[in-house]
Design a protein around this ligand. Sequence first.
Ligand code: PMT
Length: 219
Amino acid sequence: AALPIWQGKTITITAGPTREGIDPVRYISNHSSGKMGFALAQVAKQLGAKVNLIAGPVNLATPANVSRVDVVSACEMHKASLDLAKSSDVFIACAAVADYRPDNVATQKIKKDNDVMQITMTKNPDIVKDVAALTANRPFVVGFAAETQDVEQYAKSKMQRKNLDMICANDVSVSGQGFNSDQNALKVYWDDGSKDLPLDNKDALAKHLLSLIHQTYNR
Ligand code: PMT
């Protein structure tokens, strides 16, 4: 059995996509399945942590003894995250949060009367950035970065801009990893180090990542 290296600590993880409503029957979202975040939650529990899992709409079973909060939109995920982050030792932002939401959610189904239709959108709050900006009870903050090019450069600049302690970059342009697959590969960066976690099943990767976070968190 794995050593309970996270015993006595609380880890909060966001997972899955968010959905931003357009009208009662339509929404904008992305291809996140939640598998990576759910694997992290399951392994963190096995390593002894108390685990909160904030999940967007996904079709996955809750890992045993994990406390799950279901949300739909980025704004809902933002609220749940800030509430739970304050009582957490570590916050891991694995969710693929929609960057924008429609300005207005139509109360009735939009009719196809026009050949062109435009949806004006507003930027969503940046959840992981706001958690990292907490002044009291700030947890150790780990972000993810889904990139399709210049992975290292974009990931490092996200880490700086959002004031993260660590960032896990995945190249989502490579097939068989990233969004909705059972495997992934990560390049992990922190202030003065980096580590490659090569292609593996998401649960094996979660084990490596939680041990790496533990080493950095305990310095
Ligand atoms: O769910 P799976 O199918 O298993 O796929 C896993 C994954 C590819 C979704 C996951 O490994 C991953 O990369 N998650 C982050 C996806 C993403 O939205 O990355 P980003 O580069 O757009 O965002 C950077 C970071 O900011 C992320 O930690 C994200 O959670 C966070 N963020 C982004 C926008 C926002 N409004 N609030 C946020 O907290």
